[in-house]
Design a protein around this ligand. Structure first.
Ligand SMILES: [Zn+2]
Length: 240
């Protein structure tokens, strides 16, 4: 198996975290990293101040541990960090029974390319046989899609829907109420703020969309579709 590093150091771990930061817009690499000999814990993320990552030096540098495993442990802990700083439990939910590996954490795992199972499972990784190119891609988080979670939450106050639900919601609106279906560039009227242009939309729960609008006075805002009237062929359609 191809290997980029034989010996893991705090610096190399920080590099992996920094590459994830570049994709998520977060700042995990600014946190302290304790790299020491824990017992059976492979890694941990400390939620309380001072927030920090901890990794098991013995496990990381054992000859039986491959790099794919190490990177997955780093991403697993990074997903905990991601949940924490983005307050994902608030947006996705998290029952007390789930401890720290609930739906919010699983969602974060998907976003950062970590295996979303609570306990590290070496068998998933034992037959990973990376080429030099593949290994470099994972080191550089090239397999992780760029998505700025904080800016998305700030604009939309929700996480994106999964693509199947999104398609279902949008198809349904287009078919049943085309005058309430919004796309980028649509012209609209808001009862209080007047005329505007749709900049961006996202599907959301209850079979509707959230719509970001740029108004003539160059202010913008995000609204539920039913707060807006779409202008079709020069005529403002009644809001639903
Ligand atoms: Zn965990």
């Amino acid at each position: 198996m191809f290997s980029i590093t034989k010996v893991w150091t705090e610096e190399k771990i920080r590099f992996i975290i920094h590459k994830l930061d570049e994709k998520t817009g977060l700042s995990g690499a600014d946190l302290p990293i304790a790299f020491k000999a824990y017992g059976n814990t492979l890694g941990n993320y400390q939620y309380v101040e001072p927030k920090a990552f901890g990794f098991n030096r013995k496990f990381f540098n054992a000859s039986s541990t491959n790099e794919a495993e190490v990177i997955d442990v780093i991403r697993h802990e990074y997903a905990h960090y991601y949940c924490d700083v983005a307050h994902l439990a608030h947006y996705i939910g998290h029952s007390a029974r789930e401890t720290s590996h609930g739906d919010d954490w699983k969602w974060a795992c998907k976003m950062v390319g970590a295996d979303p199972t609570r306990c590290h499972n070496a068998s998933i990784f034992s037959n990973k046989n990376w080429s030099e190119k593949e290994a470099a891609a994972v080191y550089n988080a090239e397999d992780v899609k760029a998505f700025n979670i904080l800016s998305y939450l700030k604009t939309w106050d929700q996480v994106p829907m999964d693509s199947d639900s999104a398609t279902r919601v949008l198809t349904r609106i287009k078919e049943s109420t085309p005058n309430s279906y919004f796309e980028d560039g649509d012209e609209i009227v808001h009862p209080k703020r007047g005329f505007g242009i749709v900049i961006e939309t996202i599907p959301c729960k209850y079979r509707t969309q959230k719509v970001q609008v740029l108004f003539e006075d160059l202010t913008d805002g995000v609204f539920r579709a039913n707060e807006l009237c779409k202008i079709v062929d020069g005529v403002a359609k009644a809001c639903r």
